[in-house]
Ligand binder design. Structure first.
Ligand code: HEC
Ligand code: HEC
Ligand code: HEC
Ligand code: HEC
Ligand code: HEC
Length: 443
């Protein structure tokens, strides 16, 4: 080897060592050709494929709300720390793309994203995971195969599974909430602000107990759900007897792959939309405490009966869960009303809403998570707990009151949708999660 060649090699090694530190994004670690398309997996795992198809995981890169928000966040940023965050979304929403070198950031040309990576969070990403290096910002340790010729090991819940296509291995990691948690806890890459904490909420909550009778993992709810079986903490979660592959043995339980949350409109799939509604309708209860009605006070108690984490969870800076309250007197005249959507489909001031508000570090609220340096406000309901919300009625003397309260959910505010296109053009469905109507006699 000549001195020049050696020098070049040293430079290359030095650069390679420097890169991970100097670049904010993961450098290419794997080749695209190592990964197998979900359709191929679907050839033998047909039922699982059709459950996963069009799920939020499948469409994580094509999701219109994601596309809209990731574009909106970048506009006008100048602070390099904020730009790094605004560009980081692809790490979870396009994971196979990032680890195989393209895209590196959100602003990269979408047309150049390889077809395979467009399938979002897919079979041959989750099933080659061996563990999590840290429990936030998607830090899965991976062990992919070498394409269809040499598919490598697919890890899962069985110790006795045999496939002549790929190797199999029991993986405790796949049976634990950790495989979900490394993506479902999101921190600002520069400021460390906790942007999503679903895993942490579950980890510190009552479903994470050592008692096997009471312990429920993420999979214990989300991978037991099927049409007409919402499988929440408030319902039964029956086993799903069946086959893992089209000609495999019949097993006691096959984990379903719908991955339904609360999104009842974005997956372009009627079954999944209906399943999200079924989930939301088996998540919470509302009751009324009218002990202080002589003082004109009514208290609404909202309980998280079904979610294994806070309610709401995930991107709770954009989710909207609120109380719509109407109080009528004995002549059916409305004497109090709050939380009714206005003519523009906006939630009015003064509404009781459960959400998170981020701040820019100077106490000003911000809708741009790239600027999120602090949490200004966080009103959400921990698993199996309740929040009490009091309202004050106007003065008056009534014989009786009819109180109606509805707990409503919408995936994003109309304001955000209006930024995207013509005002009022896009509307998201509003789901009634729980409702109560009660007559209170005052005399
Ligand atoms: C988000 C990660 C994730 C994705 C994406 C995913 N799986 Fe799974 N899969 C799991 C987990 C986790 C389990 C085991 C759950 C447990 O044991 O608690 C599982 C179980 C399985 C099993 C064992 C049988 C069963 O369902 O219990 C097979 C087979 C399987 N998956 C195939 C697939 C195929 C095929 C795809 C793509 C169409 C896919 N998976 C997509 C996480 C995933
Ligand atoms: C040629 C058919 C075939 C193809 C293609 C195929 N599998 Fe399988 N797979 C099987 C069979 C058969 C089993 C065993 C089922 C059982 O034991 O119940 C299996 C089992 C599994 C398991 C369970 C492993 C365990 O030990 O728990 C996982 C996970 C899995 N496959 C994932 C995948 C993924 C991901 C792909 C695509 C990259 C894929 N499979 C493609 C036939 C196939
Ligand atoms: C590679 C990262 C990653 C892993 C691993 C992962 N998720 Fe997700 N998950 C996402 C992303 C990103 C989305 C949002 C996609 C979107 O809405 O655009 C999502 C969406 C969801 C949703 C739908 C939320 C809604 O609004 O309806 C559910 C439910 C869900 N994940 C559950 C799970 C469970 C359970 C596991 C573990 C078995 C898991 N996820 C593992 C990244 C991940
Ligand atoms: C006891 C049952 C249960 C467990 C355990 C559970 N969930 Fe959920 N999950 C629900 C219910 C019910 C909803 C719908 C209401 C809501 O949005 O919280 C939901 C909603 C979600 C959503 C959608 C939030 C939104 O507004 O879009 C995500 C994402 C999610 N869960 C992920 C997880 C992850 C990750 C875990 C494990 C760390 C987990 N879940 C554990 C019951 C559960
Ligand atoms: C560490 C992983 C991770 C990163 C990085 C990430 N997300 Fe997500 N994203 C998720 C998970 C998990 C969910 C599902 C939670 C839920 O549904 O509430 C989600 C959901 C969303 C949703 C809700 C989609 C819907 O249809 O309701 C939007 C919008 C979104 N992300 C935008 C972004 C943007 C913009 C960025 C970059 C600034 C980003 N995400 C970075 C993991 C991530």
């Amino acid at each position: 080897m000549t001195y020049n060649k050696l020098f070049n090699i040293i430079i290359i090694i030095a650069l390679a060592l420097l890169l991970p530190g100097s670049s904010c994004f993961a450098a290419e670690q794997y080749r695209l050709s190592q990964f197998i398309s979900p359709e191929t997996c679907g050839d033998c795992h047909g039922e699982i494929f059709s459950q996963w198809e069009n799920s939020m995981h499948h469409i994580a890169e094509k999701d219109p709300i994601y596309l809209l928000l990731s574009k909106f966040l970048r506009t006008g940023l100048t602070d390099p720390d904020e730009i790094v965050e605004a560009e980081s979304c692809v790490k979870c929403h396009v994971p196979i793309g990032v680890i195989t070198g393209y895209p590196e950031k959100v602003s990269d040309d979408k047309k150049k994203i390889p077809e395979l990576a467009l399938h979002g969070i897919q079979c041959d990403y989750c099933h080659i995971a061996t563990g999590a290096k840290k429990m936030y910002n998607n830090d899965l340790a991976l062990d992919p195969g070498n394409g269809e010729e040499d598919p490598g090991i697919k890890r899962g819940p069985f110790a006795d599974s045999v496939s002549d296509f790929h190797e199999t291995e029991f993986s405790e990691f796949h049976t634990s909430s950790k495989i979900c948690g490394t993506c479902h806890d999101v921190r600002h890459v520069a400021f460390g602000t906790k942007l999503e904490t679903t895993y942490e909420e579950w980890e510190k909550g009552p479903y994470n107990t050592a008692d096997p009778q009471k312990r429920v993992t993420c999979q214990g709810c989300h991978m037991y759900q099927k049409p007409n079986i919402p499988a929440t903490g408030a319902t039964v979660r029956p086993e799903n007897r069946g086959q893992a592959s089209d000609d495999g043995p019949t097993r006691k339980h096959i984990f379903t792959h719908y991955f339904v949350g609360a999104n009842s409109s974005i997956p372009n799939d009627k079954t999944k939309q209906k399943m999200a509604e079924e989930r939301l309708k088996n998540t919470a209860s509302v009751s009324i405490d009218h002990k202080q009605i002589k003082k004109g006070q009514l208290t609404f108690i909202v309980k998280n009966t079904g979610a294994g984490h806070y309610l709401p969870t995930g991107v709770t800076d954009i989710r909207q869960m609120w109380l719509e309250i109407t109080v009528r007197n004995e002549r059916n005249k409305v004497i109090y009303s709050s939380g009714k959507l206005d003519k523009d489909n906006y939630i009015p001031e003064g509404t009781i809403i459960f959400n998170t508000v981020f701040g820019d570090g100077k106490g000003n609220p911000t809708h741009n998570i790239a600027k999120a340096r602090e949490i200004l406000h966080d009103k959400r309901i921990p698993p199996l707990e309740s929040l009490r919300e009091m309202i004050q009625l106007p003065a008056g003397s009534w014989k009786s009151l009819m109180v109606n309260a509805r707990l409503l959910y919408r995936s994003a505010p109309q304001k955000i949708l209006d930024v995207a296109s013509e005002k009022g053009k896009f509307k998201l469905p509003v789901i009634t999660m729980a409702e109560i109507e009660k007559k209170i006699n005052l005399r």
